[in-house]
Write a protein that binds this ligand. Structure first.
Ligand code: ARG
Ligand code: ZN
Length: 873
């Protein structure tokens, strides 16, 4: 049954305080909950009954004001506990039993290795105890944990530590008090034999905060980067948003079985260990950056999510969109801003645009859902971040800061809506964002079609801008959006013109200018433009739209070489490569123009240029993204075209690529600076082209790099290339890599992924063999993602094999996984939802597999929703 935004009603009861007592045991944990409840004066009166959420709980007793109820006084249903005729204010005490070791869904309280941990967002708390499991019920929590001292020496919960003592029976007790009211999805507890890396932080106002990162003992040597990232995040949030931390202690725990990335529980962030643990020899540059970004993201949630939370789950982007925007800006400040923007836009275009073009398309603020876990999407997160970014651009930095200050002041301690957020933007700035609000409710990727006309006689340049948004499921009609269009006009030397619009008294200083679009069609006439300029449009990707402008190849090469906006230089190169690749898809014999090689040779020769940006420029658009540009995805044609171009580049630019590889082969100590990261990326890109071209010297260098590498970036890049292009050398490398890293699960994940994503024809057979590897387990989400997820989402040519074997493999895995872990199963299922984008034969095969999944008995809500929506007309 779907839940609808329009049905929102305030809760009938409020909970002021919660006293939880856990007697922890892996098989049978007892939970006592004392809730101080009262009727909500702001609620419309219902039937007067109290209805609490609860799932898979074994109820032992219920008491009101310490009087035990008889079974006639309440009713237990599969997902709730209903108590009739309760007073207006009372204490409810329930006792339940739960089983962490049987909890394979990893939602609620579960076992990971030898530790016990929790994941409550979105609706996991109801698997721990009976509660009003909705974010607009905010309560003050006290948590008492009792457990065997040997097995569980460390006992953690939200807030500040209040008490710890040994009991007479070999157990110990720890009590935690969280002074801040919070919704129950932010509850967390941890019990285990853990060690902590400790540090301290003094806030701007002088508060001392203890910092601890808890890991299993053997991982203590992999926490430095996470700790550094945490302290940098805390400092940055003070400087950029004036936000200080508010408890005496901040803890992070690394867990090896985790459905998502991490969770911002108040004072006790729980992480997928992939986003904590790193050493140069075990983690890639990308892993290090992922850790920095996710640590920041969860920390930033303390204000954008915890102090101010969501009224209901339709408002998820209130906290996620804003927090992603904040972590993106943080990472931009810590590393290379230009490269960060490219990475973010690449992700948005590859996944969010694809989601918008799929049966799962939904607005940033969805209207309805069957299973909320299915709505932790790139649309809610990444497009949501773009909406905040656009508002920041429309307001400008000073007014945006004033608006966020107002937001924190006005809504601290409240559960609010995306609309409340936008109202703060308006109230603090005087901007009218009435039309802008449509971005939250309207799904789909807008298309901007721009045409430029130069008139020599009047020395004017006119831009005609049209916008439209293709329809999405349930939203056939779309209205025009308000958006910032950042642009510059370049003269023949690449200089930015001082822009004056017709009717303006004076020109703005030369550089980027932001135009505001509101209409379906608008014209802008620039005066004093004697020569035809080249427009640099949508600079920095100022709005999440598809831009269409009819550039010539020559103009794109000009922008690639001269645009002052690094993002647009990269984007021009991408457009150029995309064009060339699509031409090759259509005609495999098409000639690659000399000018193309010349442009890339020039970029490679630019010694003064930023190697990181150059590495991005040299990265071909992904196969799936190229598929999105076609009316019907041509799986094999795209793969072939990409191989052809890679081979051609590798052969034609061989000497330069070898020189680039040698020039950036760093021998010194590992550094995580943008320059060092850029150098490694560029060097490995160069190697990639050489191996694609079958270059013998390249292969020799690759083998040498694999053997000598002291950092995981160089090691895994070489391994991947050897597996794809090195024949026998690839098999040897895989086996030595496995021997070397058999004790490090996160590194083993890479070993699985490299094999699962290889375009070699025998990959599916290999994946099936790896499913039976003793190191493989369906119960570990990281392992599932590294093998099954990698094959289905990052290996289009093999997943979409014409015989349907990839589809069958996926559906089998979904059916196998669903009874264990519906959330992860539903994620995998998404690989099939875009079936209508393919040719008739593949459509039929994909559709049949979706139908087979739908026909299964006892399907979870999670998988059901994805599969059912995939087939909706
Ligand atoms: N709030 C967490 C984060 O963004 C993610 C929680 C995801 N929960 C889920 N049910 N998928 O950092
Ligand atoms: Zn988040």
């Amino acid at each position: 049954h779907p839940v609808h935004l329009k049905d929102y009603r305030p809760p009938e009861f409020l909970i002021e305080t919660v006293d939880l007592c856990f007697e922890l045991d892996a098989d049978r944990t007892r939970v006592e909950a004392r809730l101080a409840l009262r009727r909500n004066p702001a609620a419309t009166r219902g039937d007067g009954d109290l209805r609490l959420d609860g799932e898979q709980l074994e109820l032992e007793s219920v008491a009101i004001d310490d009087q035990l109820l008889t079974p006639a006084e309440y009713r237990v249903e599969s997902e709730s506990l209903i108590i009739h005729r309760v007073p207006d204010r009372f204490t409810l005490t329930t006792r339940v039993t739960i089983s962490p070791s049987q909890n394979t869904a990893l939602e609620g309280l579960y076992q990971s290795g030898d530790m016990l941990c929790t994941q409550c967002e979105a609706e996991g708390f109801r698997r721990i105890t009976y509660f009003l499991d909705r974010p607009d019920v905010m309560a003050r929590f006290t948590t008492t944990l009792i457990a065997d001292t040997e097995r569980y020496p460390v006992l953690l919960a939200n807030g500040n530590p209040a008490e710890q003592r040994t009991l007479d029976d070999g157990r110990q007790l720890a009590r935690w008090v969280d002074p801040f009211p919070k919704p129950c999805y932010l509850f967390a507890l941890i019990a285990g034999d853990l060690r902590a890396v400790e540090d301290r932080f003094t806030t701007a106002s002088g508060r001392e905060v203890a910092l601890r990162i808890y890991v299993e003992p053997h991982n203590l040597d992999k926490c430095d980067h996470a700790m550094r990232s945490l302290k940098q995040s805390m400092r940055w949030d003070e400087a950029r948003y004036g936000r200080e931390y508010d408890l005496d202690i901040f803890m992070i725990v690394a867990v090896s079985h985790f459905n998502m990335g991490a969770m911002e529980n108040k004072g006790l962030n729980v992480f997928n260990d992939k986003y904590v643990l790193a050493r140069p020899d075990t983690a890639t540059d990308q892993d290090f950056q992922g850790i920095e970004g996710v640590i920041a993201h969860e920390y930033f949630h303390n204000w954008t999510g915890n102090r101010i939370t969501c009224r209901d789950w339709f408002q998820l982007s209130l906290k996620e969109g804003f927090t992603v925007y904040r972590d993106q800006e943080f990472s931009a400040d810590m590393g290379s801003r230009g490269v960060k923007r490219i990475a973010d836009v690449r992700l948005l275009r590859a996944h969010q645009f694809a989601e918008d073009a799929s049966p799962m398309a939904h607005p940033v603020r969805p209207e309805s859902y069957i299973e909320i876990n299915n709505f932790y999407t790139v649309t809610v997160y990444e497009k949501g971040a773009e909406l905040v970014r656009m508002q920041a651009a429309l307001l400008g930095p000073e007014r945006f800061r004033r608006a966020t200050d107002l937001y924190f002041e006005r809504h601290d301690g409240q559960a609010v809506t995306t609309d409340d957020f936008v109202r703060c933007m308006e109230d603090a700035s005087g901007c009218d964002l009435g039309q802008f609000r449509r971005w939250y409710s309207q799904a789909g990727t807008p298309v901007l079609e721009i045409e430029g006309h130069h008139d020599a006689e009047s020395a004017t340049y006119r831009l005609r801008v049209r916008q439209h948004t293709p329809s999405t499921p349930g939203q056939p009609e779309k209205a025009p959006l308000h958006l910032p269009l950042a642009l510059a006009l370049l003269d023949a030397e690449g200089r930015e013109l001082a822009l004056r619009l017709d009717g303006e008294d004076e020109a703005a200083p030369a550089g980027t200018r932001v135009l505001e679009l509101r209409e379906a069609e608008q014209c802008f006439t620039f005066v004093d433009v004697p020569e035809p300029p080249v427009p640099s449009l949508l600079r920095g990707f100022s709005a999440p739209v598809r831009l269409r402008f009819d550039y010539s190849d020559v103009e794109l090469m000009f922008l690639m070489a001269h645009d002052g906006d690094g993002f647009n230089r990269w984007d021009a190169a991408q457009t150029l490569m995309q064009r060339l690749l699509l031409r090759l898809v259509e005609d495999p014999a098409a000639v690659i123009p000399e000018s193309f090689f010349a442009a890339f040779a020039q970029a490679l020769d630019d010694r003064a240029g930023d190697p990181a940006l150059l590495a991005e420029v040299l990265t071909l658009p992904a196969e799936s993204y190229l598929g999105d540009q076609l009316a019907v995805v041509d799986v094999d044609g795209i793969h072939r075209a990409r191989c052809t171009l890679e081979r051609a580049i590798g052969a034609r630019l061989r000497d330069q690529l070898l020189a680039v590889h040698a020039a950036h082969d760093d021998a010194g100590p590992y550094r995580l600076t943008p320059e060092a990261i850029g150098a490694r990326a560029l060097k490995n890109r160069a190697l990639g082209y050489l191996l694609a071209a079958g270059d013998a010297e390249g292969l020799a260098r690759c083998i040498a790099q694999f053997e000598a590498a002291r950092n995981m970036t160089d090691c895994i890049s070489a391994l991947r290339l050897l597996v794809d292009h090195g024949g026998e050398a690839g098999l040897e490398a895989l086996s030595s890599f496995h021997t070397r890293w058999s004790g490090e699960p996160l590194v083993l994940d890479k070993w699985f992924s490299v094999q699962a994503t290889s375009p070699r024809p025998d990959t599916l057979a290999r994946v099936e063999r790896l499913m039976r590897d003793p190191d493989f387990s369906l119960r570990n989400p990281n392992r599932v993602r590294s093998l099954i997820g990698a094959f289905c989402n990052a290996n289009p040519v093999r997943f979409h094999a014409a015989d349907g074997s990839g589809y069958r493999f996926l559906a089998d895995r979904v059916l196998e996984l669903d009874p264990l872990n519906p959330q992860v199963a539903a994620r995998l299922m998404r690989a099939l939802v875009r079936w209508r984008r393919f040719d008739a034969a593949r459509q039929a095969l994909m559709r049949a597999e979706i139908e087979r999944v739908l026909a299964a008995e006892a399907l979870s809500r999670d998988v059901y929703e994805v599969a059912a929506k995939a087939l909706e007309e």
